[in-house]
Ligand binder design. Structure first.
Ligand code: NAD
Length: 247
């Protein structure tokens, strides 16, 4: 693995702009299951494409708020792990610019990262589908506990839904920004994602160069300059030490 770490470090040092693309795999070490890891992934228990779909939210709100919404709530107390912390330091040190994340768990922000594009939304709040007014996720949960399902907007009585991109939704405008950032970058560092979910996976396609740090295989392994199939935190820790000349 050490030779690969050195290769990644020289790619970072040779780049003017490095963008990082993260997925659910970087948060498994914070206790949040991903979708596709064998045995522990959420697909083993439920079908997230159903539980977290706009069709279920609109047509069967009881099911949505008892199942899909509970998955989201389960992420609210999670703490950032070493991967989030090092990525934040790497941003501060200027080694990486933007973090594009598919994660909705808010852990990059909790670790202090600033330039984060949450292309699948986030669990901090929800919004009214009629007037757009926001409601913190805890407040939504209080209403659900009081059997107000779906929770209603206190301004216009519209349905309040989570600010998370669900199956059936369009991506938010920050995805266009992510696309531009990746087009401009010299290197995309992909971490903890199977790259199975489109259109985010296309970012790996349009990037000049990619490196992949992921336990399992990804859909873009053939395109990568370097692949490290190992735990993200351990790999990133080695990369950071090498960058800082501490090895
Ligand atoms: P995925 O489940 O398809 O893939 C995760 C990948 O991470 C797997 O290939 C797995 O081998 C790898 N992995 C697991 N633990 C790892 C570790 N410690 N170090 C390195 N690699 C590790 O996830 P995805 O590609 O992000 O797509 C799933 C979709 O569901 C995304 O939209 C994602 O936002 C969403 N999701 C988010 C969360 C979260 O916010 N934490 C959790 C579950 C799902």
């Amino acid at each position: 693995m050490d030779a690969k770490i050195k290769e990644i470090v020289s790619l970072i040092k040779d780049s003017n702009k490095v963008v990082v693309l993260t997925g659910a795999g970087i948060s498994t070490e914070s206790g949040i299951p991903d979708f596709r890891s064998p045995e522990t992934g959420l697909w083993e228990k439920i079908d997230p494409m159903e539980a977290l779909s706009t069709a279920v939210l609109m047509n069967r709100p009881e099911k949505f708020y008892k199942q899909g919404f509970q998955l989201l709530l389960g992420m609210t107390d999670a703490k950032p792990n070493l991967t989030h912390e090092i990525l934040s330091k790497m941003q501060d040190d200027g080694y990486i610019s933007t973090i594009v994340t598919q994660n909705i768990d808010n852990l990059h922000q909790k670790a202090g990262s600033k330039n984060v594009l949450e292309v699948h939304g986030h669990i901090r709040d929800g919004y009214c589908i009629k007037c757009g007014k926001k409601m913190p996720i805890d407040h939504m949960n209080e209403k659900i506990k009081k059997k107000e399902i779906p929770p209603r907007c206190e301004g216009c009585n519209g349905v309040v839904r989570p600010s998370v991109v669900m199956f059936g939704d369009a991506l938010p405008p920050c995805f266009d920004q992510a696309w531009k950032e990746v087009e401009k970058c010299d290197l995309l560092m992909v971490m903890g994602t199977s790259l199975e979910v489109a259109p985010v996976s296309h970012l790996a396609q349009i990037s000049k160069k990619i490196v992949i740090i992921n336990i399992g295989k990804t859909a873009y392994d053939k395109k990568a300059e370097v692949i490290v199939n190992h735990k993200a935190s351990e790999v990133l820790n080695k990369i950071y030490k090498e960058l800082k000349g501490r090895n």
